[in-house]
Write a protein that binds this ligand. Structure first.
Ligand code: FPP
Length: 237
């Protein structure tokens, strides 16, 4: 079965660190190492798109100190990972409400996106200040600005719905690949947490109790094998 788009909710950094008697930030630091390992593995497996949930629109509610640490960790990641992306032919793209991030982070994101824009292997979408509701609302606002609803109203009802659906898909942050094939969440919780709600309409879902810092290529390989055995019907028979 073809796996074009894999998405992962990386959960459990804090619990992993607490279980070791360490500060939550220790878990995030370890989590960033796993990001590198899994990204390289996916590039090697010829997966086309990998979307990772690194910071949500709701994560600003965390203690200021933790938010600041995550932002610094992201800055460091963007400054140090370019070589890994180039060596593995990986294109880097951020999805989310980028304008809500610091100017410094925005600049680093743009630099990494520009530097990897011509890479032709894996595309990694890193979700930063991302929320699916925010993404859909931004898409709807841009459709409104472009007069799409006026055009839709001039069509027959069924056509107008298809027209709006197509236009939303074409303006989502992930517009080049709207559907997620496989969504994995680590850390034992079974929820979507406002991640890729539109794109996951027909995604296969896998939940693992493994905390993100303990997740690795072996476990991912097992999940990919189980995914290959799933019977995807997309509402048909
Ligand atoms: C969830 O663990 C993880 C996050 C909110 C952030 C994800 C960040 C990383 C994996 C590291 C940074 C990423 C990059 C790309 C540098 P949690 O803190 O919610 O864990 P808990 O549920 O155990 O509290």
């Amino acid at each position: 079965m073809i796996l074009q788009h894999l998405a992962i909710i990386m959960d459990g950094n804090g619990r992993w660190a607490s279980a070791k008697g360490k500060n939550r930030t220790f878990g995030h630091r370890q989590g960033a190492k796993v990001v590198r390992e899994i990204t390289q593995y996916c590039a090697g497996q010829h997966i086309k798109y990998l979307t990772l949930y690194a910071f949500s629109t709701e994560n600003w509610l965390r203690p200021k100190q933790e938010v600041e640490f995550l932002m610094k960790l992201l800055e460091h990641y963007l400054q140090s990972e370019l070589e890994v992306y180039q060596r593995n032919n990986i294109r880097f793209v951020v999805i989310g409400d980028i304008e809500g991030l610091s100017k410094k982070l925005q600049k680093l994101i743009r630099a990494m996106q520009d530097a990897t824009a011509h890479n032709t292997g894996l595309t990694q979408f890193l979700a930063l200040n991302y929320g699916a509701k925010n993404e859909i609302a931004r898409s709807v606002l841009s459709l409104y600005d472009r007069g799409v609803f006026e055009q839709a109203k001039s069509l027959k009802r069924e056509q107008s719905i298809d027209y709006v659906i197509k236009n939303i898909e074409n303006t989502l942050d992930t517009r080049e690949v709207s559907a997620v094939d496989l969504l994995i969440r680590t850390g034992g919780e079974m929820r979507l947490s406002n991640f890729l709600l539109w794109q996951c309409a027909y995604a296969e879902l896998f939940f693992t109790p493994t905390l993100w810092p303990d997740f690795g290529t072996k476990e991912l390989e097992g999940i990919l094998q189980r995914f290959a055995q799933r019977n995807r019907r997309f509402g048909g028979l």
